[in-house]
Design a protein. Structure first.
Length: 481
């Protein structure tokens, strides 16, 4: 069945055009092959833009907090603040400046106490935020936030200004200008990507790679980091021939064209801009869960495909504030892995809304939101395509058949593809496991890409023809062989 691709990139419509999921799936695969390589370049540009925004935000915290820069005095303070931070090379340069301390206090919700206790401020700014016994970690939440924003580390030298070249050594140690001074690792990686991306235009195959030219490149999950030379990075970005991929993973290369057009839709951008503009105004977890901020909470949940849970804020808060070190906590006991991942990523129990407001977290939430929205959009056009994509992404992490049955998406694909009736859900778990294992070899499914492809194709074939419940006779036959 032919597909009108305009359906994929059109704006919101009052009617939903349903097409064959098999046809949609194969069309995506073909387009992916034609557009391979576009995705990596697009993602690099996106991360470069995000890094630039993060650097700007770090330099003008006054404006991003309580002030709107509505009068000359505030504007003057903001300009002073930005210039002072950009030129400072040690902690002492800043804490000995009375005006800077007053602006710092206003921007971060402090009084002028540090004008009278500068040693305390010095200790905070030089704290190791990863050390549980450090001054920042044993102090107030605001002091921890301050240490995270202005991390001079143990040396007390060099804040994260725009002119400082960055390097990240093995183990995640971050240096500025190669002299051992500290910088938040997340920002360093982002800035490294900007520097490398901008520098690629001047790199030629004949250019030698000095140690200083080694860069850290973000991997597919936005957290995996791999070291490449600049020449290697340039070659990767310029490569036109995609490596061999399954049709499912190839769908994601397709995002370089149609996915980009979907992201640019006005309704998608409107939601993203609202979130970015307002999440920084939230001062506490209590405020995040207030009714007037429901749209922000809904955006966060939507990024993890949990939009339907937004109507239960009390339940969501209990889960997200769980202590992950306690195996009996609500997040650890909840069967849905999406809740556990969201709880880990936000860490509300320990960090409040601090991590939620970091530039790296905002970028990750935005990327997740776009991907989930796009997959839902595809599924509206061809029901089943999204489940096929999710199946290939998640099946490799499953270790037990019972775990597979506990995942709604994996269960859907496996039972439909193998004509296992839905009524099996009424049986004991052991009986369900037996019925599935009669037809599915989990180990082969996890390790053999061809087996996963066959499973997906069988599933989409059933979706094409319309899956109907089995009769009582076929149900018994499928269950007991």
């Amino acid at each position: 069945m032919a597909i009108d691709l305009s359906v994929l990139i059109s704006g919101a419509s009052t009617t939903v055009s349903t097409v064959s999921p098999m046809a949609m799936y194969k069309k995506l695969q073909k387009l992916a092959e034609e557009n391979s390589g576009a995705s990596d370049i697009e993602q690099a540009k996106e991360k470069a833009d995000a890094a630039t925004r993060e650097i700007d935000n770090a330099a003008i915290r006054v404006r991003n907090k309580q002030y709107k820069l509505q009068n000359v005095q505030v504007q003057d303070d903001a300009m002073f603040y930005k210039n002072r931070v950009a030129t400072a090379t040690t902690v002492d340069e800043l804490i000995n400046d009375d005006r800077f301390l007053r602006v710092l206090a206003s921007a971060n919700g402090f009084d002028d106490m540090y004008l009278h206790d500068r040693q305390r401020l010095r200790d905070i700014l030089r704290s190791d935020v990863n050390d549980p016994s450090s001054v920042a970690r044993t102090g107030t939440l605001k002091e921890l936030e301050l240490a995270q924003k202005y991390n001079f580390g143990a040396t007390g030298d060099q804040y994260d200004t725009e002119g400082n070249p960055i390097s990240v050594s093995a183990g995640g140690v971050v240096n500025v200008s190669g002299d051992g001074t500290a910088l938040p690792a997340g920002l360093a990686r982002m800035k490294g990507l900007v520097v490398d991306y901008a520098g690629n235009a001047a790199v030629t195959p004949a250019t030698a790679d000095a140690p200083s030219q080694l860069v850290r490149t973000l991997g597919p999950s936005a957290s995996d980091v791999t070291t490449y030379t600049r020449k290697e990075t340039k070659a990767l970005l310029q490569e036109k021939v995609a490596p061999e991929k399954s049709s499912v993973s190839a769908v994601y290369e397709f995002e370089g064209t149609e996915f980009q057009k979907f992201r640019e839709r006005k309704d998608v951008q409107k939601d993203i801009e609202y979130f970015k503009e307002n999440i920084g105004t939230i001062k506490s977890v209590d405020e995040l869960f207030e009714n007037q901020n429901h749209r922000l909470l809904k955006f966060v949940l939507s990024a993890y495909d949990l939009e339907s849970e937004a109507q239960y804020p009390g339940k969501i808060r209990k889960i997200l504030e769980s202590d992950l070190t306690d195996i009996d906590s609500l997040a650890n006991r909840f069967k849905d892995p999406r809740f556990l991942q969201l709880t880990k990523d936000l860490n509300l129990n320990f960090m409040g809304v601090t991590k939620l407001q970091l530039g790296s977290t905002i970028q990750d939430l935005t990327s997740r939101y776009e991907r989930v929205a796009y997959e839902k959009h595809l599924d509206e056009q061809a029901p089943g395509v999204r489940a096929a994509i999710e199946f290939n992404r998640r099946i490799k992490d499953v270790t037990l058949t019972a775990q597979l049955l506990g995942d709604n998406v994996l269960r859907e694909v496996v039972t439909v593809a193998n004509n296992i009736p839905k009524e099996i859900a009424y049986q004991e778990v052991e009986s369900q496991v037996t019925a599935v294992e009669r037809k599915v070899d989990l180990n082969s499914l996890k390790s053999d890409q061809n087996e996963r492809e066959k499973m997906v194709m069988r599933y989409l074939t059933f979706k094409d023809g319309g899956y109907t419940a089995a009769s009582s006779k076929s149900y018994l036959t499928n269950l007991f062989g």
